[in-house]
Design a protein around this ligand. Sequence first.
Ligand code: N01
Length: 544
Amino acid sequence: MSINSEECFDVVIVGAGFAGLYMLHRLRGLGLTARIYEQGDDVGGTWYWNRYPGARCDAESLAYSFGFSEELEQEWQWSERYSRQPEILQYAKHVAERFDLLRDIHFGCRVNSVEWNEQRRRWSVTTEQGDRVTGQYCIMATGCLSVPQLPAIEGLDSFAGNRYQASQWPHQEVTFSSQRVGIIGTGSSAIQAIPVIAESAGKLTVFQRTPNFSVPAKNNLLNRDWVNQFKSNYRAHRENHQKGIGSGFGDLDIEPLAEAREPILMDSIDSGQAEQLLQAAWTRGGAIFLGAIGDTMMNESTNQFVQKFVHDKIRTIVNDPETATSLCPGNHPIGTRRICVDIDYFETYNRANVRLLDLRKSPISKITATGVETASEFVELDTLVLATGFDAMTGALLGMDIIGQDGVQLRDAWAEGPKSYLGLSVNGFPNLFTITGPGSPSVLSNMLVSIEQHVDWITGCITYMGDNGFTSICADQSAQEQWVGHVNDVANGTLFPKGGSWYLGANVKGKPRVFMPYAAGVGPYREICDQIAEAGYRGFRFSA
Ligand code: N01
């Protein structure tokens, strides 16, 4: 264990996922010194940890990639429409090497304390491994879905077979052949893993508490001519992802959405046209299905129309009517929980070796050494997979001691839920920035689009401070309150709060129920951030 006595940096970054990597690159461009601390043993963040079978991105490869370097975007070749986890991890490594970032990253180091020193106007950052450094700025690039959530089920630890967690998957190969496998959870992770595990497992039992809406990815190998054509117009596509109506997931390239400047609302079309739009989006594949009818997330009756469309699809795909009924979500409007994007998920239930166990009819009572006991039966298992989600958005931040002005802990400041200005800065925590923090579009958007926007904004802000002789910046209390109020108002104007999802902290016992992301979309959010910067960073206080 090496103890460095107070190395000083301009900036200390926590996390070497895409946010941390791009942030470091931009800070280098400003001539600043920076150190990244990363808990994992390599770059990649979420793509380093989430190695479960079938893990891949639910945004399209050419949209889920960096746009800051034209050379990078031209030279890197994605192989599939939705990239697999190993390819995305390879891309993260390539970015780190190409921009010579590795020399400023300390791996295997978990930051446990970040404390503001008012006299020195610097952050002291300490790691569990004994490093202690200071930075004028501290930037949290800790990811929104990086703290796994284990189910509170009696006897979980007594299971004597193989136990895997989707978000902490082993680095060595895991095989399922001829085994009796059980999986708990039916969120995005499980919906990707189930079809792949089913291919080799002897028998797969899916323990489903809440069915989820999922749309087909329609994945394919990318055609080089199509890619070249797309890349020849990359700037226009990027602009569309950053400012368009689809939250950055890709181009709304179905008729007549491609030409529409405004979303097409249900009121402006008849039900036959609405069906056609949904069918076109379903056939096209991907999460932009939710954008096919523009008021799906705002209007209850539109949402019900879209729900019924998906229910009908499930009933058409799944042969067994009882299983199909169990798979039809009924307790939340579509899109209010993160929509899943799948490859043959519903089709998998037609396999003879796959069985859905509906926990709403027969809840899990306990886990024993040999399997899972429900109210109606005991399921013997060789292998148990947990795909039970994350303590999202605030988990990683509140897992550290972040101590701001007057010794206030972030976890106390956020006791009633996260409060920030723009999801970037917190009152009482000067020179601390959060990339894709609560209060910004983050998890509702293509994360790469949001990461680049935040990093660019922070870079602009630090440049402005240097140019004007400022040494510290802090969000103003009243600006923060107004922003939090605005984030809540926007959420309350949508159906999101009805989802009871991790967006609201509803999956973590005792977590305040606050809708955390900003739901107005990446385009409007970017405009607000830019206007605030142009107005001399309105709502922030600077000190010389
Ligand atoms: O987690 P989740 P996830 N007994 O929270 C169930 C992103 N992501 O890891 O809903 C039984 O969605 C729980 O049931 P319920 C994406 O943003 C992206 O799958 O609480 N079940 C639910 O079914 C996504 O939304 C990608 O009733 C229990 C499941 O576990 C986010 O990560 C891929 C239980 C958790 O689902 C999280 O997805 C993967 C219990 N005690 C993930 N406790 C891509 O980009 C929990 N559950 C592709």
